[in-house]
Unconditional design. Structure first.
Length: 533
């Protein structure tokens, strides 16, 4: 992993040119791609090219032959605790270190300045880590690639097709009626499921149902009845398949029970650390489960898309899916793949984010009471919250930001360098896999004072002092999460509905660990209850 950096303009000169007053800003895919720098945040120091060290000089944990650092990772709690281990390594080795897990070689970044330097030198088509299990299935079934695994011009073309609908605030605001329709049903679902103490068994699975119903109404103008008493198997099978393909393994447990019985290692996780082609050639049980899960996901999405396109409205511009398909040069195969990944992410990560903010509010009654007062001051009693109302709720937005800082759904994101680059004191060759450890940024006292405390006020009172590259829950740059604005609208509206109706209380004060199972999930059923106000 060593290669000299070619002769080119130094990173320092490049950044100084970008920062020069009066210099026009660099074009980006969306205004949301580049976090604005508050006036009081100092410029990051940038190293001149000079004598940058080779990547082989990077510090890091013990690298055993063939195994790399895997034995140490396993000894410290395994892959499900790797986010904590990575934070420990950053404290020990610094803001940048190198680690190998078997044959997987990566460089880890844990500094806002390093992430900014990476962003400022981003190419036209940034590359992410190759998700080999997903690609293996698509190739096996001859399915298309979606935005999470596409690269180059094809990625840009497909992203552009979805960007108008998903990244423009004016377009997202039009979806509030649909999101509110599902939330109204979800409030009834909470009332129905609460026991005498206000607790809900399997809360996470209920949040998955809410997020599934929301994204399906947006995409397909279709409800599946998951928030009713007798839910059908189609939607439950889809959610279970997501758990198998991306997050949880559900061995021999079907439908409702599968949503409540996560195992400690996912099929996806196993196939990321062992050769996918080996599983495929031997037709292992892991490969069989992986294939069955994706078959279920694609079958469901294809059916919904085909039905919607056959019965689209007379005004396709007002129809989310039809507008994208009819006004862009996308094949049906490309549409299937892109929507599959969009729906998958919307179901899992949105539900996860709502779960964690409910937990944080239950442990911080002062914050919850302050949030309730803001909601009540903006919304008259019994008035449904609208997207435009959120403009007058800065504390609500601060609560979500703080929850995503303290308990993020995704602890890191990735990049693969498409050119030789200097980061920090090290010259990294083309092809280097970078792990951007965003959870480490949020828990670092250098970036956030009293980082272990849930204090939304920091986003209002200290905003000018926070480096924008220290908080990147949706990623950064041209490959940031395309569903960010939709997810934020769903979560903001959900908080309005839930906090106004219920006092969210903690039923015990024992700590809840975070486990990494594709995303960060609680180690036990969350100890929270809903008490009607």
């Amino acid at each position: 992993m060593s290669s000299p950096i070619g002769k080119s303009r130094s990173l320092a000169a490049f950044l100084q040119q970008l920062r020069h007053p009066g210099q026009p800003p660099r074009a980006v895919t969306s205004a949301a791609c580049a976090p604005p720098r508050p006036r009081e945040v100092p410029l990051c120091p940038v190293m001149e090219r000079g004598e940058a060290q080779d990547a082989a000089a990077l510090p890091g944990p013990t690298n055993w032959p063939l195994l790399g650092s895997l034995p140490e990772i396993l000894w410290k709690g395994g892959l499900k605790k790797q986010h904590d281990t990575l934070a420990e390594y950053h404290r020990k080795y610094g803001k940048i270190f190198r680690m190998k897990l078997g044959s997987f070689d990566s460089v880890h970044l844990g500094s806002p300045c390093l992430l900014e330097a990476l962003y400022r030198t981003e190419s036209a088509y940034p590359q992410r880590l190759e998700i080999k299990p997903w690609k293996a299935y698509r190739d096996y079934r001859r399915e298309g690639y979606g935005l999470l695994i596409l690269e180059g011009e094809d990625w840009q073309r497909v992203r552009s097709a979805f960007q108008k609908k998903l990244m423009k605030p004016v377009e997202i605001m039009k979806l509030d009626n649909k999101i509110n329709e599902v939330l109204a049903d979800f409030m009834g679902r909470i009332d129905e499921l609460c026991d005498e103490r206000g607790r809900i068994e399997g809360l996470y699975s209920e949040l998955n149902k809410w997020s599934f119903e929301s994204i399906c109404l947006v995409l397909y103008e279709k409800r599946f009845g998951l928030l009713q008493k007798n839910a059908g198997d189609e939607a439950l099978n889809f959610i279970t398949a997501i758990k198998t393909a991306v997050v949880f393994e559900t061995r021999g447990i079907q439908n409702e029970k599968a949503l409540r019985s996560p195992q400690m290692m996912s099929m996806f996780g196993r196939m990321m650390v062992t050769p996918v082609e080996l599983h495929k050639s031997l037709n292992t049980k892991v490969w069989q489960a992986h294939t069955r899960a994706w078959d279920t996901i694609f079958r469901s999405v294809k059916s919904c898309i085909d039905s919607r396109l056959e019965h689209y409205s007379e005004q396709p511009s007002k129809d989310f899916l039809c507008d994208i398909y009819l006004h862009n040069q996308l094949s049906r195969k490309e549409l299937y793949a892109a929507v599959t990944e969009l729906q998958l992410a919307a179901v899992e990560t949105t539900a996860n984010s709502l779960m964690w903010i409910l937990y944080n509010l239950s442990r911080n009654p002062r914050v919850q009471q302050k949030l309730l007062k803001e909601i009540q001051s903006v919304l008259p009693e019994n008035q449904m919250p609208r997207a435009e109302d959120l403009r007058n709720m800065p504390y609500l937005k601060a609560c979500l930001k703080e929850s995503m800082r303290l308990t993020p759904s995704v602890p890191f994101t990735t990049r693969t360098l498409d050119k030789a680059t200097v980061l920090g004191e090290y010259a990294l060759p083309k092809g280097t896999v970078l792990m951007l450890n965003t959870q480490v940024l949020g828990s670092n006292e250098e970036n956030f004072k009293d980082s272990s405390q849930f204090r939304p006020e920091r986003w209002l009172q200290e905003k000018k002092k926070i480096n924008p590259f220290a908080h990147l829950p949706f990623g950064v740059g041209k490959r940031m999460c395309i569903g960010r604005r939709l997810a934020e609208l769903q979560l903001h509206l959900a908080l309005c509905w839930i906090v106004r109706k219920y006092d969210i209380v903690a039923t015990d004060d024992k700590p809840v660990e975070m486990l990494h199972l594709g995303i960060l999930v609680p180690s036990r059923e969350l100890p929270i209850a809903f008490r009607q106000r």
